[in-house]
Design a protein around this ligand. Structure first.
Ligand code: SAM
Ligand code: SF4
Length: 326
């Protein structure tokens, strides 16, 4: 089991399959973003070798992310390999959903269990403005394909950006009246690439909750008041699904964090919002022994920072969000 020096059991790995993406969300990356050449990214066998190493150290939960994980060549086979890895009991994915109408079924058959799909507005023009390139109807098709493929409970991720989609939170929250989905509102975090927008247009989870309650009624705590991952869960009166609030900036959940992140170029990052990183891919390619690689991981886990430093004004600027994997 991998523990950090605060006693947290670190067993959840988010693997970024690629930094490439088929959208350019304004809060994530600049429109003229340049991506890493494929040779710099972990190859399929390298992802699986590192997954086996992490699994051997007690990591049992994997989330695939990016960039956009579904644009990765061989994504279905990568999922199959990860799901078949001894010790891995949960494989999920965060995706923009654009390609799910084609991929949901094969991914589910390969062993993917659940998806989080990002959708920041139900209004086509606003969705397009936020994502720069996206069509909301493609995401809708992806959501229903995911549901049909049994990738449930479907969770929808919403980043709220002032001046873009504040009003849309009501319609998004309303989805839970009819659908057994979890609609999660995520506070925008600052990174490189879009820092000015991320800082100046951030909307707090408390504010979003207030707008929803004013429009749709008082929310009841759900899930026995316990966090679901990083989300505080609530339910609208008569709803079939839940609302989640992820207040990473204003009310961080660092004390209960069990995560590590592996970037698409094979770098281990122990806190999303801290710049410190440990390169695993270079030693792997240089022929490091399994013991040496294990020790690199265990040392990085041991040194996992307690939490982020946003309240002191420390913003991680060495990578944009899509390069780390959300
Ligand atoms: N492309 C996939 C997607 O959009 O779902 C997966 C990668 S994306 C980086 C993962 C999640 O991070 C998405 O839900 C996205 O909305 C969210 N995200 C991106 N930039 C963010 C930011 N600056 N603050 C908070 N969440 C952000
Ligand atoms: Fe792509 Fe996801 Fe970033 Fe949007 S949030 S640009 S879909 S990686």
């Amino acid at each position: 089991m991998a523990r950090d020096h605060f006693g947290r059991n670190i067993h959840y790995l988010r693997i970024s399959l690629t930094d490439h993406c088929n959208l350019r969300c304004v809060y994530c990356m600049p429109e003229d973003m340049t991506f890493r050449p494929n040779a710099e990214l972990m190859q399929d066998d390298e992802i699986l070798r590192l997954t086996r190493l992490f699994a051997g150290l007690g990591f049992d939960k994997i989330r695939l992310t990016g960039g956009e994980p579904t644009v990765r060549a061989n994504v279905v086979e990568i999922v199959r390999g990860i799901a078949a890895t001894s010790g891995i009991r949960s494989v999920s994915m965060t995706t923009n959903g654009l390609l799910l109408s084609r991929l949901a079924k094969p991914l589910a058959e390969a062993g993917l269990q659940r998806v989080n799909i990002s959708i920041d507005s139900l209004a086509p023009e606003k969705f397009h403005r936020l994502t720069r390139w996206g069509k909301v109807e493609d995401v809708w098709a992806g959501i229903f394909a995911a549901e049909e493929a049994g990738l449930t409970p479907v969770k929808l991720n919403v980043v709220v950006v002032a001046g873009y989609n504040e009003k849309d939170v009501i319609d998004l929250a309303r989805l839970t009246l009819e659908h057994p989905w979890q609609v999660r509102f995520i506070e925008m975090m600052p990174f490189a690439g879009a820092t000015e927008l991320q800082v100046s247009r951030m909307v707090t989870a408390a504010q979003i909750q207030e707008w929803i309650e004013a429009a749709l009624g008082t929310l009841e705590p759900a899930n026995g008041g316990k966090l679901d991952g990083e989300a505080r869960l609530f339910r609208l009166p008569e709803a079939t699904g839940d609302l989640g609030f992820i207040s990473s900036v204003t009310r961080p959940f660092c004390a209960s964090c069990t995560r590590a992140r592996l970037t698409a170029d094979g770098i281990l990052r122990m806190c999303l919002l801290r710049e410190k990183e440990v390169d695993l891919l270079t030693p792997l390619r240089a022929g490091a022994s399994l013991d040496d690689l294990r020790q690199l991981i265990l040392d990085a886990v041991w040194d996992k920072p307690w939490g982020h430093g946003l309240s002191e004004g420390t913003i991680p600027l060495n990578r944009v969000m899509s390069e780390i994997g959300g």
